[in-house]
Structure formats: structure tokens, C-alpha cells
Design a protein. Sequence first.
Length: 134
Amino acid sequence: ETALKPITQAIESIQKQSEIPLSQEAPTLEARRMFARDFLNARLRYAASRYETEARLNQAIAGFYELKVRKSNIEAQRHHARSQRFFFGMLVSQAAVIISTFAVAARQRNLLWSLAAGAGLLAIGFAIYVYLYI
């Protein structure tokens, strides 16, 4: 737009000058109508050319944004995979705690350890539910 500003100002100036009323003589009126028609035609072609150029520029910029979106999607997939690995790590650590709790509960036959083992089983069940259904 900045590069085309002088051209646009020149077109507006010519259009304002062509609107100055001339005498009502027939040859001048016909010449004025022909000039107005030709000027309008040229102005519309210029606008169409400018819009075509802007469209190509916008298309190139959109291509860069598309690349940025694809890069972000790749990073998001990488983070999602890492998150899933952390989830599996937590699941394995929970299983280790539950197995050790079972061992202590079986050895001591204490009610408190049995409740802890039950809570561990519920945690594993919930983790499996989350993995399969959510």
C-alpha cells in the first residue's frame, strides 16, 4: 500500500479534475463522457491488478503461517508422546508401591496395610480406565 500510495493519489487527483463542470457544448460533453468511461475502465483494471497482486502476497504469507501451524502440531505431538510416557512411568511406580504394600500387608496381616493395598488397586483400576476410555 505504501508503494502504491502515490499512484492512488494521482488517480484520485485526475478523477477530481475530471469532475470540474465544462460548458454544455455537445462535442465537449461527448468527449467528457468518453474520457470518464475510459478513465473508469482504466481505474477498474488497475484495482483488479492491485487486488490480484495483494491476493498473491496474502497467499505467500498464508503459506508461512501454514508452515508455522504444522511445526506447532509436530511439537504438540512430541509433547503428547512425552506426556504419555510420564503417565506410563507413574503407572509403573504405582504398581511397584502396590506390590510392596501387598507384600507388607501379607507379612504383617495389618488392617491399615490392607486398606492401603485396596487404595492402590483402585488407583491402578482408575489409571486403566483413564487410559482406555478418556
